[in-house]
Design a protein around this ligand. Structure first.
Ligand code: HEC
Ligand code: HEC
Ligand code: HEC
Ligand code: HEC
Length: 414
């Protein structure tokens, strides 16, 4: 996503709670790769220093535009404390921050992952926050709503749409209430028409797709004609309105990122690279480590004596000897289930022939996973403390143990 935002030329991104799912350190690492600014005025460290930039000022089209970020805390009004950061409440810090911003900006945009209710409260208290771009709470496109003097906007999540807001900004810093605007109903009609047309076009070129159904094709042509007419009506109405009031106006569209749009070749490269990384992660997760990640049960027993003693009384601890007795210890059809590390051997069964003695028998790591790192640093590197049935079923298949019962049998392992 960071690569994609770089390519798209983003100016700023608001940090939301979802971005913190991987922890602050992870986010800070990602931030190093970004060519855009990460904004949050209320995400601070334990010394109350902001962890990201609170706001930026961009000069565009003769305007000084402030972009400010606020991170949603989950619960309103309460500072939220996490391991290495705090989310302050906007009530405490917005008055001060706005004092600073006001002096420097003509237009103020807030990127907010607070709840819709909190955004509305902000609009009541800060009439000079002109636009709030809201995130997270709704999963649909929301036409801009004018609350007091703040336009609250929201586009569908997961990048399914681009929300485009075109504004005609007037120095007074006041919005025209679009709902009393003569063009309002026309714009609604325009949106409906556009939706209907897109729907028909989404199946392919209508001239070809509907060649055999003339009624549909005719309907499509009517819609396109009507859209042209409505567009003209809106432009004809607009100048009058501009003269009527000395205030700012806006209109908006949602652009669907539909499958029939061509992919940008550079963006496709980023997506392919990401897919390859995900696949590689999946691959390394599915093989349960390499042989060098295993230490053998003896090492575990140094610290887990009692469990070790109990395990030694079980048949798991003698599974290899069973094969030796049957003189089958070099049979690759038998070995994988009578030694440790079955899931890696699954992919490379012949490795079972060259296992060290310490990995003979069904040892601790068969069920708890490779334990080299844990043996060296038990507090940091954790193991599965309660292995699932599916681990057992790799060996206790119906063919080899028709009577296997996980709930009962797991009590017998040590
Ligand atoms: C790597 C293969 C493998 C895995 C994984 C495995 N077992 Fe076993 N298990 C065996 C073999 C082989 C024997 C018989 C050993 C012998 O008698 O030589 C056995 C025997 C047993 C026995 C009889 C032991 C006794 O002393 O009475 C129980 C109970 C058992 N397994 C439970 C489990 C449970 C529960 C799990 C999962 C948590 C599990 N096994 C996972 C291979 C496996
Ligand atoms: C898919 C895993 C798996 C394979 C492959 C496997 N075993 Fe086992 N073996 C087990 C399990 C599980 C048990 C424990 C069954 C039980 O306790 O009922 C077991 C138990 C045994 C036992 C002791 C109990 C008995 O039935 O006498 C012997 C002997 C044995 N296996 C030999 C072999 C030989 C020889 C081969 C190769 C031809 C082999 N095993 C292949 C999973 C396997
Ligand atoms: C055949 C699979 C199997 C083997 C082999 C095995 N364990 Fe376990 N272990 C389990 C299961 C299953 C549990 C969870 C038991 C439960 O939830 O009742 C467990 C729980 C544990 C726990 C945490 C709970 C406790 O009892 O303290 C530790 C520690 C542990 N095992 C260590 C070991 C060590 C050390 C060995 C080798 C000496 C070993 N295990 C061998 C399956 C196994
Ligand atoms: C140097 C001592 C030491 C060795 C060696 C060791 N353990 Fe542990 N193990 C511990 C301690 C201490 C804990 C408790 C950690 C905690 O509670 O934070 C623990 C916890 C566990 C647990 C519970 C889950 C967890 O990670 O907290 C399992 C399962 C376990 N050990 C299995 C093993 C196995 C399997 C081996 C061998 C591969 C092994 N241990 C080797 C010291 C050791």
């Amino acid at each position: 996503m960071v690569d994609a935002y770089n390519l798209l030329g983003y100016d700023a991104v608001g940090v939301s709670r979802t971005d913190l799912a991987g922890g602050m350190d992870f986010l800070k690492q990602l931030q190093k790769k970004a060519n855009f600014t990460w904004l949050s005025a209320n995400l601070v460290d334990k010394k109350n220093t902001p962890l990201f930039t609170p706001f930026i000022i961009r000069k565009k089209a003769g305007l000084r535009i402030a972009i400010l970020g606020l991170t949603g805390s989950g619960a309103a009004n309460e500072p939220q404390e996490r391991e290495n950061y705090l989310i302050l409440s906007w009530q405490d810090l917005l008055p001060e921050t706005m004092k600073e911003i006001r002096k420097q900006a003509d237009l103020v945009i807030l990127l907010s992952s607070l709840s819709p209710l909190e955004n509305e409260l902000i609009s009541q208290q800060f009439h000079d926050i002109h636009i709030i771009i809201q995130a997270g709470m709704y999963s649909h496109n929301q036409n801009p709503v004018l609350a007091n003097n703040t336009l609250i906007c929201q586009a569908e999540k997961q990048g399914k749409y681009i929300g485009q807001l075109r504004i005609n900004w007037h120095k007074t810093g006041r919005w025209t209430d679009e709902t009393t605007d003569a063009t309002f109903s026309k714009k609604q009609e325009l949106e409906r028409l556009t939706w209907q047309i897109k729907k028909l076009e989404s199946q392919g070129n209508p001239e070809i797709v509907f060649a055999d159904t003339p009624a549909t094709l005719q309907g499509y042509h009517k819609l396109v004609e009507r859209r042209k007419a409505v567009e003209k009506e809106i432009t004809d109405l607009r100048p009058n309105m501009g003269q009527r009031q000395q205030s700012s106006t806006f209109n908006n569209t949602f652009l669907a990122i539909a499958p029939n749009l061509d992919d940008d070749p550079d963006m496709e490269k980023i997506i392919d690279k990401t897919r390859a990384e995900i696949n590689a992660l999946g691959r390394s997760g599915s093989s349960n480590g390499t042989l060098s990640d295993y230490v053998g049960s003896e090492a575990c027993m140094k610290c887990h004596h009692e469990i070790g003693e109990r395990w030694q009384q079980t048949r798991h601890a003698h599974a290899y000897e069973t094969l030796v007795r049957k003189e089958q210890q070099f049979n690759l059809k038998c070995l994988p289930c009578h030694v440790t590390g079955v899931s890696i051997l699954d992919k490379n069964p012949s490795a079972a022939l060259s296992l060290p003695d310490s990995l003979h028998n069904v040892g601790c790591e068969t069920c708890h996973g490779p334990g080299m790192a844990h043996s060296v640093n038990p507090d940091e590197a954790k193991l599965h403390d309660s292995p699932d049935a599916y681990i057992c079923l790799q060996c206790h298949s119906s063919e080899h143990d028709g009577a296997f019962n996980f709930e009962q049998d797991k009590k017998l392992v040590h």
